[in-house]
Design a protein around this ligand. Sequence first.
Ligand SMILES: [Fe+2]
Ligand SMILES: [Fe+2]
Length: 142
Amino acid sequence: MTYRLDYEEDVLTVIDRLKDEHRDIDRKLSRVAEICRNYESGKIKVALSLLRTVSTEILRHAVEEEAIVARAIMKSKVTKEDSVESVSILQEHRRIKEFFEDKLPYLTNEFSEQKVRKEILEFIDEIMTHHKGEEKVVFPLA
Ligand SMILES: [Fe+2]
Ligand SMILES: [Fe+2]
C-alpha cells in the first residue's frame, strides 16, 4: 500500500494531527474492546469487522510516523543513546502490521471465540501502550 505524504508540512503540525489520530483510534478500539469484554454471542464478528475497518487508518498513521517523525528525529541533534527508546517504540509497528496481515484474517477460523477475544484484547492493549509511548518518548524528540 502506498500513501501520499506531505513532506513540506511542519513537523509540529504533523505531530498534532498524529495525536488527534491516537484519540480517534483509541476511541474506536475501546469500542471493539467493549464488545470483546461483554460476552454477547455473535458480536465477535462485529468486533472483527470494526477492527478491520480501523486497520487501514492505523497502518497509514504508522507510515506517516516512520516517514516524518522518525526522519525528523534522525535529522535532529538527538544522540544515538537518546533515540534508542524511540527507535524501539517505532519498531513496534512491525508487530502491529503482522497482527493485521498475518493474524487478524485467520482469527475466526482457527481459534475458539474465547481465544479470539483474548487475542484482540491483548492487541488493543498493546496499541494503546504504544500510543502512550510515542507521546511520551517519540514525539517530544521530533
Ligand atoms: Fe505508532
Ligand atoms: Fe502513533
